[in-house]
Design a protein around this ligand. Structure first.
Ligand code: PRX
Length: 663
């Protein structure tokens, strides 16, 4: 995050009391109640979680032990001996409990007239049918299924169908490239891929199946591809491998019932790849009982979802936010979840507000980058629509700067609605630090307090506790049910990334401080991960994409402050001697990264550099590169540069940046 943004947060003194309206019927109604819950959750941690797990989840076989964990090994087991099925908890349970005709998913396609409503019964039928399809295609318990799909209802159906039969889904965000898809499929050895012909985005149809065809050239594990027809786009077809969703689903003997596979609490539920500071993306593994309990628990407490609410999380299901807060959390509670295919800016910058008005949305959860982009378009767009149905607002993915917070509060929240700023990660499975909407006084820019059950602390590099307001590493000192249980196929990386540096703790990789009121202020990643519009990008991944181009000798990637995206990607590239620094090559390298990883990884700025700042032992000093990318020009900004092999590199880089950006 930029220094200016950090400073504006350090100065933030405003306090917003939770609203009175709605408080009486809320789940947690005061800070006293929160404090009591928090204390209870620490004093009797297992009792607290056992209660939540029994209240929120229907178990086929009750668990016999709440927790069996050792954070140092690490070995984490929640709700040991329990058996359950997530699809049962998201569907069958509600059908049995009188919610059969309640809307489970309201799907709004990008074209305004494309709306589909699935009641719990209808969703159940579709899920069972697709579960039977998967079985018929040879998918068994424990097999991996890759889902590479746009925001269409078939994605939620496919997820629930997998978990119904005990298959493990691995969703790959549809904005990722063929190469990224290939890497992920190869890593988890998926048997089946579910995709669509194309993605509809901002009025255009963007081919998707084409990427699957390309990816599968080197994926021997995949034997079937199921294709949803979303856009009537032309596709190439491989007979024997490719199958149309709509044809499979109308087979005359296909049953709309399918028994649920009883799953062990610790059986894997899904894999989701996320970027780290080194190497390839990691396949974060979540398991069944703990994840479901945690997703349902946090959805219930943080959003205070009521039975009659329409709840809308604007994330893509391809990210963890969509997994936990579009599909599993809301459906486990029997809520109505709105799923939106479009983008905030099309056909106009009031699209979100038009959708809020159309469905009388009560709870709205989005990302700061969206707020900043819409803020720029002007508040008049928000005034075109009746937003009075809204009750709770949420934010996720990156720190929300106080300016964006205030705009959100005033223009969307009418100056009165609570904003829950939720800090969490792919690895945590669900929200960890957040306000409770009717209990917590809010400070713009702070994620406020850890949820009950979450033992979050700030520690110094030596592992000792930081003082109030002293920045340090954010760690979690005890297990929580939603935590990751592994990195797929790589136990050593699981341990070294999260559990080694601070023994006995989970290390989040974020820097933060806690103020004297116990409020957490997240300062951003401490590792080489860039947060672009709330999406995590590993610098090493982008660098390795760049150096795989024949013209590139070396590349170093850092984050730079960006008014809308929060951070943007700044790449320094040293070319091979026989390549010329041309605009064509610059454009080609950007396209190259899009193709290797996906459009979100394409560098905002790409500077050619004859040399990079290295220590005498050859280590690139990224600190210096970050400063230059952020606009520093004075030598005093760079701290100690005495270890540089060639100090002259700095001024060359500053000059190069000025030539490129004019600043
Ligand atoms: O740096 C933190 C930031 O996003 C990272 C997690 O990214 P990802 O696994 O992709 O999950 C995003 C959605 C949960 C964190 O390490 N982050 C997420 N939420 C916040 C945040 N930073 C500050 N405030 C937040 N509310």
């Amino acid at each position: 995050m930029s220094q200016a943004r950090i400073e504006s947060m350090m100065d933030e003194k405003r306090l917003f009391e939770p609203p009175m309206e709605g408080r009486n019927s809320a789940r947690v109604t005061s800070m006293e109640e929160y404090e009591a819950l928090y204390r209870r959750s620490m004093d009797d941690n297992e009792g607290f979680w056992a209660e939540r797990a029994n209240e929120l989840v229907e178990w086929f076989t009750p668990f016999t032990k709440v927790l069996d964990a050792d954070m140092e090994t690490p070995s984490i087991k929640w709700f040991v001996g329990g058996q359950l099925n997530v699809a049962y908890n998201c569907l069958d349970k509600h059908i049995a409990n009188g919610r059969r005709n309640k809307a489970a998913i309201i799907w709004q396609g990008e074209p305004d007239e494309d709306v589909k409503v699935y009641t719990y019964q209808m969703l159940y039928d579709e899920v069972c049918k697709f579960a039977n399809v998967l079985k018929a295609q040879g998918v068994h318990k424990g097999d991996r299924v890759a889902l590479y799909m746009p925001m269409i209802p078939e994605l939620a159906i496919a997820m629930l169908a997998c978990v119904r039969i005990g298959a493990v889904h691995s969703i790959v965000f549809a904005g990722f490239s063929a190469v990224s898809l290939q890497n992920r499929i190869q890593d988890c050895e998926a048997k089946v891929v579910v995709t669509s012909d194309a993605v509809i985005r901002a009025g255009r149809s963007i081919p998707l199946k084409k990427n699957v065809d390309e990816a599968l050239r080197l994926c021997p594990s995949v034997h079937k591809v199921v294709v949803v027809n979303r856009a009537n786009a032309a596709v190439e077809w491989q007979e024997g491998r490719d199958l149309w969703w709509h044809e499979l689903m109308k087979a005359p003997d296909l049953k709309a019932s399918c028994p649920c596979e009883p799953m062990d609490s610790e059986d894997p539920l899904f894999i989701l790849y996320t970027s780290g500071s080194t190497g390839k993306p990691k396949g974060v593994v979540h398991t069944t009982g703990g994840y479901l309990t945690y997703a349902a628990h946090t959805t219930q407490w943080v959003f205070d979802v009521k039975d009659s609410d329409v709840y809308w999380c604007t994330a893509d299901v391809g990210w963890i936010t969509g997994h936990s807060y579009i599909v599993y959390g809301p459906l486990a509670l029997g809520a109505t979840s709105l799923m939106f295919e479009g983008v905030p800016s099309y056909p106009g910058p009031d699209r979100f507000w038009q959708v809020v008005e159309k469905f009388r949305v009560n709870i709205f959860y989005t990302a700061p980058t969206v707020i900043r982009a819409l803020m720029r378009e002007g508040a008049e767009w928000t005034q075109k629509h009746d937003l009075s149905s809204l009750r709770v607002l949420g934010s996720v993915g990156e720190p929300i700067n106080p300016e964006a917070w205030m705009w959100y509060h005033e223009n969307i929240g009418g100056g009165k609605l609570p904003i829950v700023d939720t800090w969490w990660q792919t690895e945590t499975g669900g929200i960890m630090i957040s306000a409770l909407p009717y209990a917590t006084p809010l400070k713009p820019g702070s994620a406020t307090r850890p949820l009950p059950g979450v033992d979050a602390r700030i520690v110094r590099p030596d592992g000792t506790d930081a003082e109030p307001n002293e920045g340090g590493h954010l760690v979690i000192r005890r297990p929580w049910p939603g935590m990751l249980r592994g990195v797929f196929g790589d136990p050593a990386r699981y341990k070294s990334t999260y559990f080694e540096r601070f023994p006995g703790c989970y290390e989040a990789g974020d820097g933060a401080r806690v103020d004297s009121d116990g409020y957490f202020w997240i300062m951003g990643r401490l590792d080489d991960v860039i947060n672009v519009s709330g999406h995590r990008m590993g610098t090493a991944e982008i660098e390795s994409a760049l150096v795989s181009h024949p013209a590139v000798a070396e590349a170093a990637v850092v984050g730079m402050p960006h008014a809308i995206k929060g951070e943007a990607i700044y790449a320094y590239v040293t070319l091979n001697a026989d390549a010329d620094e041309t605009e064509e090559l610059r454009a080609e390298l950007r396209t190259w990264v899009r193709k290797e990883i996906g459009p979100i990884a394409s560098p905002e700025v790409l500077q050619f550099a004859d040399g990079l700042p290295k220590t005498r032992s050859g280590k690139i000093m990224r600190r210096i590169l970050r400063k230059i990318a952020g606009g520093s020009t004075s030598t005093s900004d760079f701290g100690d540069t005495s270890t540089l092999a060639d100090p002259g590199v700095i001024s060359d880089l500053i000059e190069g940046k000025m030539d490129l950006t004019g600043r």
